[in-house]
Ligand binder design. Structure first.
Ligand code: SAM
Ligand code: SF4
Length: 332
């Protein structure tokens, strides 16, 4: 098992399949000038599948989520999901995507074994989308969402980040729209993980403001804490139900005590936390010959990395140090 010294066990693996992306969301990536990970450092499909197999069969991982960068840009994605779905015990398989290309891929991904999908959509207004993501692809995302639903992926969740002066007035509209279309909406507080270090606590739209904005149109009843388990989202019943909305207060309401995650970057580094400043190299082990490259040795390195996991990143502290690796290269 992947257990740390604070009694937490990681059972949820996030695998970043690429640091590249076809959008440039202002809270994530700069418009240009971000260096990509060097090609030789990127794990091959076989290397990724081997690490997932070690995680699932030896280390107690039960959920695998593919992310990035934009995971739909990875050519081998369908094959990687197919191979993940053949593992015993069969993990739950999820994908976090910006939705561009999902219109074409939702069916094949579902057939390969994908169970669930989270699509990022911050606005219902195409002009605001273009400003937020620096690309005019709003309709592609809407088409991707519809295709995911049509393909039978359940639940289809939407991740939204509210940005001051751009879409911070849209929370109720997004919720009404998500309910109408059968999608489950979650708002995520903007985190200090952007490559360009543009995050400011003073302008961030925090959980309290998100909830206040939603309450101008909806009655929200908190779900009992027991229902939350290890999920980062606080969930609220909307009006009389059955719909729910989630708020992930990563900055103002951190959920580190219940964290059950471990992360693998596209270049084969284990990160125990989104905000960790250190990483453990599994790529070197994977590519070494002899005992160091055995499944057992790799599993052991992963366990050691987990034991060193810190209790909480203290984002609110004045001396908070942002990780060198930006969100797009960590895998959100
Ligand atoms: N490209 C895919 C996407 O956008 O869904 C997957 C990777 S993206 C890094 C994963 C999630 O992180 C998205 O929902 C995105 O909105 C969110 N995200 C990115 N940067 C963020 C930030 N600085 N604060 C909060 N959420 C962020
Ligand atoms: Fe790309 Fe996702 Fe980052 Fe937007 S949030 S730039 S879609 S990786």
């Amino acid at each position: 098992m992947l257990t740390d010294t604070y009694g937490r066990t990681a059972t949820d693996l996030r695998v970043s399949l690429t640091d590249r992306c076809n959008l440039r969301c202002t809270y994530c990536m700069p418009e240009e000038g971000l260096d990509w990970l060097p090609k030789p450092d990127l794990l091959s499909d076989d290397e990724i599948c081997r690490l997932i197999q070690i995680a699932v069969t030896r280390l107690g991982i039960r959920d695998v989520r593919f992310t990035g960068g934009e995971p739909l840009l990875r050519r081998g994605l369908v094959g990687i999901i197919e191979r993940t779905a053949k593992l015993t015990p069969r993990p739950q398989i999820a994908l976090t995507t910006n939705g561009i290309g999902l219109a074409r891929l939702a069916g094949p991904l579902k057939a390969a074994g994908l169970d669930r999908v989270n699509v990022s959509l911050d606005t219902l207004r195409p002009d605001v989308f273009a400003e937020l993501t620096r690309r005019d692809r709003h309709q592609d995302v809407l088409n991707g969402l519809a295709a995911a639903h049509q393909a039978g992926l359940r639940p289809v969740k939407i991740n939204s980040v509210l940005m001051p002066g751009l879409n911070d007035d849209e929370a109720p509209d997004l919720l009404a729209w998500a309910i109408e279309h059968g999608y489950e909406l979650r708002f995520i507080e903007q985190m200090p993980l952007d490559a360009q270090h543009g995050w400011q606590r003073s302008t961030m739209i925090d959980a309290e403001r998100i909830l206040a904005s939603l309450r101008t149109r909806f009655a929200l009843t908190p779900e009992p804490a027991a229902h939350r388990g290890t999920a980062p989202a606080e969930r609220f019943v909307v009006d009389e139900g059955p719909h729910r909305v989630g708020v992930i207060g990563s900055v103002t309401r951190p959920f580190c005590r219940a964290c059950d995650r471990t992360r693998l970057t596209a270049d084969g580094q284990v990160r125990t936390c989104l905000f960790a400043t250190g990483e453990t190299d599994l790529r070197a082990a994977l590519r070494s010959v002899g005992q160091d490259g055995s499944d057992e040795a790799i599993a052991h390195r992963w366990q050691q990395a987990t034991r060193a996991k810190l209790p909480s990143p203290r984002i609110a502290d004045v001396d908070y140090e942002q990780p060198k690796r930006p969100m797009s290269a960590i895998g959100g």
